[in-house]
Design a protein around this ligand. Sequence first.
Ligand code: PBG
Length: 325
Amino acid sequence: MSFPQHRPRRLRATPALRRLTAEVRVHPADLVLPMFVREGLTEPQPISAMPGVMHHSIDSLKAAVHEAADAGVGGVMLFGVPTTQDAVGSGAVRTDGILNVALAELNAEFGDDVVLMSDLCLDEFTDHGHCGVLDERGGVDNDATLEIYGRMGVAQAQAGARVVSPSGMMDGQVGHIRAALDDAGFADTAILAYSAKYASAFYGPFREAVQSSLQGDRRTYQMDAANRREAILETQLDIDEGADMVMVKPAMSYLDILRDVAEMSTVPVAAYQISGEYSMIEAAAANGWINREAAIDESVLGIKRAGADLILTYWATEVARRLKG
Ligand code: PBG
């Protein structure tokens, strides 16, 4: 007897059929390249814990942004690594601070052709390495930090950031930065909020990248890995405070969170494939344990499938080139 039967293998038979019936696709414009610019460099320097990623000089930064833009990458996210740090992270706010200088240089070079995003956090600029300023007892002072974030946001907007990205997980940071931007005449500067950012062991290589002096951990402000419902609360608060886009970070160990956030969010959702996710694949590939390109593409596709509209990845330029063929 014969009867109609589902045979899912029919649609897997050829590359062209698989291509036709793929449920999700990554597009170069989905990808955002995080970049590090270090004060005082004349030549780019490799970051040993992130093989293939550089500390850029201003010149090498510009060249790498050109490459990213040519590959069709959607935007770049800039981090600054200053030569000196202090208790309140004053280099973050000063116009001659490395991040603000680099933003101004990129803005002059690329204007509106590249979406310029900047990390808005104090950890690279403080000598204690925390994302905010400390109170007398050594805890991170939420509201005193907000005041500095507001000024940092304005400095970045002034320098030419189109999107500022608060990543410090202080309560009320999005609302405070929004108000500061509006008051200073930057109503058109967007906020990409790191909304559900978890305290993660996978930030390890990044800490080397920004030469973090952090002692201890960030568990009093970043989220606990056990919590799923709380990610919805954090995201809803950020949307209510005016976030134009929200983010889940890290990606790989938090794909369920990303799916939850994608389903509840009324604004675009980003996910950050962080340093440890990058370095694990690079290390396994360098040992010959994994097919590097296939693993990279699968990891990025998985993030997209989980619900990300935008994906921050250190492989943005490489993946975008591969997608263009
Ligand atoms: C904090 C910040 C972190 C990252 C970007 N901004 C994390 C942290 O040190 O807690 C992580 C990026 C990565 O690991 O790739 N300003």
